[in-house]
Write a protein that binds this ligand. Sequence first.
Ligand code: UTP
Length: 289
Amino acid sequence: MKITKAVIPAAGLGTRVLPATKSIPKEMLPIVDKPAIQYIVEEAAAAGITDILIITGRGKSAMEDHFDRAPELEERLLRSGKQALCDEVAGISRIANIQYVRQKETKGLGHAVLCAKSFAGDDPFAVLYGDDVVIGEKSATGELCEAFERYGKGVLGLKKIPLDKIGKYSSVRYETGPDGEKQVGDMIEKPSPDQVMSPYAIIGRVVLPPSIFEILERTAPGAGGEIQLTDAMRELAVREGMIGVEYSGTRFDMGSKAGIIEAILTVGVSHPEIGPEVRELIRRMAASL
Ligand code: UTP
């Protein structure tokens, strides 16, 4: 079955990048000249997703404005002969059909996904975490959707994490299937060293069947007192099995200060307009360190 719907949870408070995120959603922080959320919406569209639900919260309306038309701005750009920029700005509103719903209290990622129940209906859907930007030749969401279409099971986007850092993430248990695929049967959020099941953590992207909602509705708060999506996906994996896919792109954690810098530098060095300047800047800085 082809996946055409995606959910982007973007209601979190972004406390790790305060005070920048006091009034600006972290999803709107720019990677050079494009906000993080636009990279994520473009990745979904590149996977063939046509309908997107963004889970927002109070103080996050800048995201809705970004994906809307801006007639005054477009007219000004046209009048000053900036046709290409005008087309680019207007084109943002046509990337996908985007709807919004508010998560009234930030009770966790699992709770945010539950807000998408009526949007998803009986369809499987992709989830793209709003602060994880993935840059690569292929759409990471597309790689996960292909696995869903092939195996008919929920899919987890995985990355290998150094064992001394995996406690901040999650860890999955898997067996290698006949095609070399990872058949995931168990997982844990924020494992202590003795709970680590493998070096693979669920990072930023999953594809879920609609049966996840019935599980989420009775998932109790877990790590950090939040309703954890990982806890609900664990039950799904035990019951129906899930597939793990190590997607090929590079993931940037836009919810952390170092992740933001890494994303900006990575995009900056190959940016068509400022790439040479950024490379020169980095050389100068490296020489003085
Ligand atoms: P995070 O836990 O990284 O986001 O959630 P956060 O709560 O904003 O992080 P802190 O405060 O810096 O620690 C991963 C994704 O899930 C969304 C976030 O917006 C982020 O994109 N999220 C998280 C929600 O939509 N609702 C929630 O209740 C929690």
